[in-house]
Design a protein around this ligand. Structure first.
Ligand code: NAI
Ligand code: MG
Length: 497
């Protein structure tokens, strides 16, 4: 395809649609065809600077700081309505750019409106306290105030949803935002800015810079006027950003993936457990932070369960992610594709047995895209790299266990702690496992459920802070304590009051 036939996007800064200062672009590919389809501005330091200045100006002057919280909430709810109207078109762009199934992305873009409704509703329910004073003639109260400019740095697996998790609470709290989408999936965020504009957010309140992490991400993170970084992505990049944030004493919230155990006991409803394990690792082609990439299965049912699982997974339909009956789509980008194949080789080298898949998919329905066969390894020990490191692909490591104690020990024996699944019909076991697993989310007899109502985030190296739910809006606020004296005279000035 020649460059003139590609869709051309612009960045959104200070309410304007702009090219990168350099005038350069880069191509974004369609994972199903393996071919470029869009041109995205290649932003750099000058663009990050411009966006942060715009966001700072919008935070301190103009309309935004004067809007009361109810009006801010109304803008967010209007944005939610617009998402509802455009969710199908947004989903199509997501699919074209990241290759995830339309069946999933269509539902996800529609559901995403709920974050804007929820935090829109919460905006004017953020209340300070009057503190009971222990001192005479004083009145002391708290205010919850926004932080300033928030940088939202987004990965490629669920671009608009993960943006909603950050943007909705950040705006509800009164901050302004600079968004940096992934270089692999920038188009949907730029398209979404049309709705932000239409909803009536003042210029500079939401800005988008596009480009590569090192070129536009780093200057954004290091910018002294950025007060907080909200990040989802790899733990290596998260650590780098955390270090930079520490130098600037900035706040962070981070969601950094995992190696989540999906634990099947011999008293489980096995057919349901099979579906739960499949949804944990083959849905979204395994490219999800909550992937249940370690199957811990009780030894007494190991062979029977693996047989059922393989039989079910074998039927998974691969192909065009736009077709509603496709179940496993392509991998989003070539580096990720290579990484998955590398991990498959690592697992084989470690002595794990591929009982399903274990290679690039060459089925005719996979066209020219980056497809990997759904892959299941048995004979995995928890010390192997395939059991410890995030693959972010359709690759499942099966590890047997004897009893509850061993399931807990293996389940917790990773550096991550984002999620865990438990399959059992015992109430006692459900509650006990939910208590003892070190994970920010535990699902019992279900997997991959998330909601705007429920806090989401990681234990251990899976992250810092939470997203969604009522409490987490505090991560976008700071508390001010205000003291007012009602005394008629100022007492001895040389002692602490
Ligand atoms: P990444 O973590 O490097 O990228 C995430 C975002 O951070 C992108 O927007 C990227 O441009 C930006 N970024 C990168 N370096 C930066 C820097 N120094 N300063 C500021 N921003 C920066 O993820 P990548 O390279 O796309 O994927 C690598 C691996 O990360 C995957 O193989 C997967 O294992 C994991 N991953 C985890 C995700 C999750 O949801 N936890 C999502 C996507 C990837
Ligand atoms: Mg792409």
């Amino acid at each position: 395809m020649n460059a003139s036939a590609l869709a051309r996007y612009r960045m959104y800064i200070d309410g304007q649609w702009v090219e990168a200062a350099s005038g350069e672009h880069f191509q974004s590919d369609n994972p199903y065809t393996g071919k470029p389809w869009a041109l995205i501005p290649r932003g750099g330091k000058a663009d990050a600077e411009r966006a942060v200045q715009a966001a700072r100006k919008a935070f301190t002057s103009g309309e935004w700081p004067k809007l009361n919280a109810t009006r801010r909430g109304a803008l967010l709810r209007r944005l939610g309505d617009l998402i509802g109207e455009k969710s199908k078109a947004l989903a199509e762009i997501e699919v074209r750019d990241n290759g995830k199934l339309y069946a999933e992305m269509g539902a996800q873009t529609a559901y995403m409106a709920q974050w804007y409704y929820y935090y829109g509703g919460l905006a004017d329910k953020i209340e300070g306290h009057v503190i009971p004073s222990d001192k005479p003639d004083t009145f002391n109260y708290t205010r919850h105030e926004p932080l300033g400019v928030v940088a939202a740095i987004i990965p490629w697996n669920s671009p608009l949803l993960l943006l909603a998790w950050k943007l909705a609470p950040a705006l509800a709290a009164g901050n302004t935002v600079v968004v940096k989408p992934s270089e692999f999936t920038s188009a949907s965020t730029l398209e979404f800015m049309k709705l932000v504009e239409q909803a009536g957010f003042p210029p500079g309140v939401v800005n988008v810079v596009t480009g590569f992490g090192a070129e536009v991400g780093t200057p954004l993170v290091e910018h002294p006027l950025v007060a907080k970084i909200a990040f989802t992505g790899s733990d290596a990049t998260g650590q780098r950003i955390y270090e930079a944030a520490a130098r600037g004493l900035k706040r962070v919230s981070m969601e950094l993936g995992g190696k989540s155990p999906n634990i099947v006991f011999d008293d489980a409803h096995l057919d349901n457990a099979v579906k739960g394990v499949i949804s944990g690792i083959f849905a979204a082609t395994g490219q999800t932070c909550i992937a249940g990439s370690r199957l811990l299965v009780q030894r007494t049912i190991h062979d029977r369960f693996v047989e059922k699982l393989v039989a079910f997974a074998r039927t998974a339909k691969m192909g065009d992610p736009m077709s509603l009956d496709t179940q496993v789509g392509p991998v989003t980008n070539p580096p990720q594709f290579e990484k998955i194949l590398r991990y498959i080789d690592i697992a084989k080298g470690e002595g794990a047995t591929p009982v399903l898949g274990g290679a690039r998919a060459t089925r005719p329905e996979c066209g020219g895209g980056w497809f990997v066969e759904p892959t299941i390894f048995t004979g995995v020990s928890n010390a192997m790299r395939i059991a410890q490191e995030e693959v972010f692909g359709p690759v499942l490591a099966v590890i047997p266990f004897e009893d509850e104690e061993e399931a807990i020990a293996i389940g917790n024996d990773v550096v991550y702690g984002l999620a865990a699944g438990v399959w059992t019909q015992s109430m006692r076991r459900s509650l006990m496992m939910a208590e003892r697993l070190q994970a920010g989310t535990v699902w019992v007899n279900t997997y991959r459920a998330v909601s705007y109502l429920s806090p989401f985030g990681g234990y251990k190296r899976s992250g810092i802070g939470r997203e969604s739910g009522q409490e987490m809006i505090k991560e976008y606020l700071q508390t001010k304590s205000v003291w007012i004296s009602t005394a008629t005279e100022v007492p001895n000035p040389f002692i602490l009051r």
